[in-house]
Design a binder for this molecule. Structure first.
Ligand code: UD1
Length: 417
C-alpha cells in the first residue's frame, strides 16, 4: 500500500516539464509488434502500466527494456500469440495487443483486459470491426480467441468514436490486404501519435485527428525511432493543482491545444492563463469561481480523464458547477472521498453538482482509481492540514514521480511506499 502525505495550503510556483504520455505510449508499445523490427522510443514515462506492457512483450518473446525514459524493443523474434490472464488484467490498454497480434500472426488468444473500474467498458466495437475484416474471433468465458485468419481492408463505421477500437483497427489494418477506412474514428491526440508511429514503421496511414482514418498499405521498416509527446492529462492535473492551491506555474513542452477545454474552464474559474506553442503559464490566487456546466465528450470535447481533477479544483470555487459524465457510467467514485475533506458534492445519475465551500480540511482518504486518486491529491493540496491518501498503486500507474514534481513546485507532498 502506498501512502501520500499531503500538507495543503502551499502555493505552487515554478516551471516543470510534463512527462511523456501514458495513453500514447501503451498503444505504441503494442504496435511495436506489428512487424519484425528494432524500436527505440524516447520520453516514455516510467510507470506501472508501461512495465506491464513490457512484460507482455517479453512474454511474447520480444526483447523489451526501459532505461530511464528510453525503451528498446526487438520484435524480430516472436514465439507466441497468447497473453495469459495475469498479464492482461493489469491494465486496460492490453486490449490493443489484440490488433497487434492479429496484424503480425493472424491469430491471438487473450482474456478481457483489466484497468480502472469506471463502468462496463465493453469491447464489442473492437470485435465487430475485426470480424468485419475477416478475423475469426470466438469469445468464451472472458477469453478471446482469434483463429488463424487472413484480414482484408474494409470500410468500417464505428457507432461511437472509441479510442481503443480505432487503435485496434489501425493496427490490424496495417497488414490486411487492401484499404481500410475507419469512419466515425476517435480524434484524440493519441490516435495522431499512433499514426505517426505507424508511419515511422512504414505504414501508409492518413486522417488521424479527423473522423476518417485510412490505412492503405505497409512497407515494413527494420528500425524505428520515435519520441512520445507530453501527457495532456498530467498537464491538466498540474494545471488544476495550481488553480486550486494558488500559485504561478509554467508547464513546458506541452501543446496547450491538446487540453484547451480544461484551460478554458480554469480561465473561466478566474485563473490567468498565457499560452505559447509549447508551454502554458497559469496564475491563480486560489479563490476560484464556479464554471456552470461541464460535460465530458470525445475529443475535442472535455476529456473524461480530466473530469475528476477539474472537479477537485472547483470544490472551493464560489457558486455551483454541474459536471455531466457521458463516457463512463461509474466515474464519480472520487466523490465520497472528496466529501470527507468537507466538499459539498452530490451525484444524481450522470451529473455531479458541486457547491463551492469556504474551506477543505485534511482527512484520510483512499484512492479509488487512477484519475480519482489524482483528484484527491489536487484537493489535498488546497485543504487545510494534512491529508493521508492510501493507494493500492492506482496513481503510480499513470503519474511518474508525481510527488517529486509537486515538491519541485513547492508543495509539501511525500509518497511513502
Ligand atoms: C477512454 C477515453 C480516452 C481515455 C481512456 C482512458 C473517450 C472517448 N475515450 O478510452 O480518451 O484516454 O478512456 O481513461 O473519452 N465502448 C463500447 N464498445 C466498445 C468500445 C467502447 O460501448 O467496443 C464505449 C465505452 O463503454 C465508453 C465509450 O465507448 O462508454 C468510450 O470508450 P473508448 O474510447 O473505447 O474507451 P477507451 O479506449 O478506454
Amino acid at each position: 500500500m502506498e501512502c501520500w502525505h499531503i500538507r495543503g495550503g502551499r502555493r505552487l510556483n515554478g516551471a516543470c516539464f510534463v512527462q511523456g504520455s501514458k495513453n500514447a505510449s501503451l498503444p505504441i508499445l503494442a504496435a511495436s509488434l506489428v512487424c519484425p523490427a528494432e524500436t527505440e522510443l524516447e520520453n516514455v514515462p516510467r510507470l506501472r502500466d508501461v512495465d506491464a506492457a513490457l512484460r507482455i512483450l517479453r512474454h511474447l518473446g520480444c526483447k523489451a527494456e526501459q532505461r530511464g525514459t528510453r525503451v528498446y524493443i526487438d520484435s524480430r523474434v516472436l514465439d507466441g500469440s497468447e497473453i495469459p490472464h495475469e498479464l492482461m488484467e493489469e491494465m486496460r490498454s492490453s486490449v490493443i495487443f489484440m490488433g497487434a497480434l492479429i496484424a503480425r500472426c493472424g491469430q491471438a488468444r487473450l482474456s478481457l483486459p483489466g484497468g480502472c473500474q469506471l463502468g462496463k467498458r465493453p469491447i464489442d466495437q473492437h470485435l465487430a470491426a475485426l470480424r468485419q475484416m475477416g478475423a475469426r474471433i470466438e469469445e468464451d468465458r472472458g477469453e478471446i480467441c482469434c483463429r488463424p485468419s487472413a484480414l482484408r481492408g474494409e470500410e468500417i463505421r464505428l457507432p461511437f468514436p472509441s479510442v481503443g477500437a480505432t487503435e485496434n483497427i489501425m493496427l490490424a489494418a496495417c497488414t490486411a490486404g487492401g484499404r481500410t477506412v475507419i469512419r466515425g474514428a476517435a480524434k484524440e491526440p493519441e490516435i495522431a501519435a499512433l499514426q505517426d508511429y505507424l508511419r515511422a514503421m512504414g505504414a501508409e496511414v492518413a486522417g488521424a485527428g479527423t473522423d476518417t482514418v485510412v490505412v492503405d498499405g505497409f512497407h515494413p521498416q527494420s528500425r524505428v525511432g520515435f519520441r512520445i509527446r507530453p501527457d495532456r492529462i498530467v498537464a491538466a492535473t498540474l494545471a488544476c493543482a495550481a488553480a486550486a492551491a494558488g500559485g504561478d506555474v509554467e508547464l513546458r513542452g506541452i501543446d496547450p491545444g491538446q487540453f484547451s477545454t480544461v484551460l478554458d474552464f480554469l480561465n473561466r474559474a478566474g485563473c490567468d492563463i498565457i499560452t505559447s506553442d509549447r508551454s502554458v503559464r497559469l496564475r491563480s490566487d486560489g479563490r476560484l469561481k464556479a464554471v456552470g456546466e461541464v460535460v465530458t465528450a470525445p475529443y475535442p470535447g472535455f476529456p473524461t480523464d480530466a473530469q475528476p481533477v477539474l472537479m477537485a479544483a472547483l470544490l472551493r470555487a464560489r457558486g455551483r458547477t454541474a459536471i455531466t459524465e457521458t463516457i463512463f457510467e461509474n466515474r464519480f467514485r472520487q466523490v465520497p472521498e472528496l466529501c470527507r475533506l468537507g466538499a459539498d458534492v452530490t451525484v444524481s445519475g450522470r451529473t455531479a453538482e458541486i457547491w463551492g465551500v469556504e474551506r477543505l480540511k485534511g482527512a484520510a482518504l483512499t484512492a479509488t482509481d487512477l484519475r480519482g486518486g489524482a483528484a484527491m491529491i489536487v484537493a489535498g493540496l488546497s485543504a487545510e492540514g494534512e491529508t493521508l491518501l492510501f493507494d493500492e498503486g492506482h496513481i503510480t500507474r499513470g503519474y511518474e514521480r508525481f510527488d517529486a514534481r509537486l515538491r519541485a513546485l513547492g508543495a509539501d507532498v511525500v509518497l511513502e511506499y
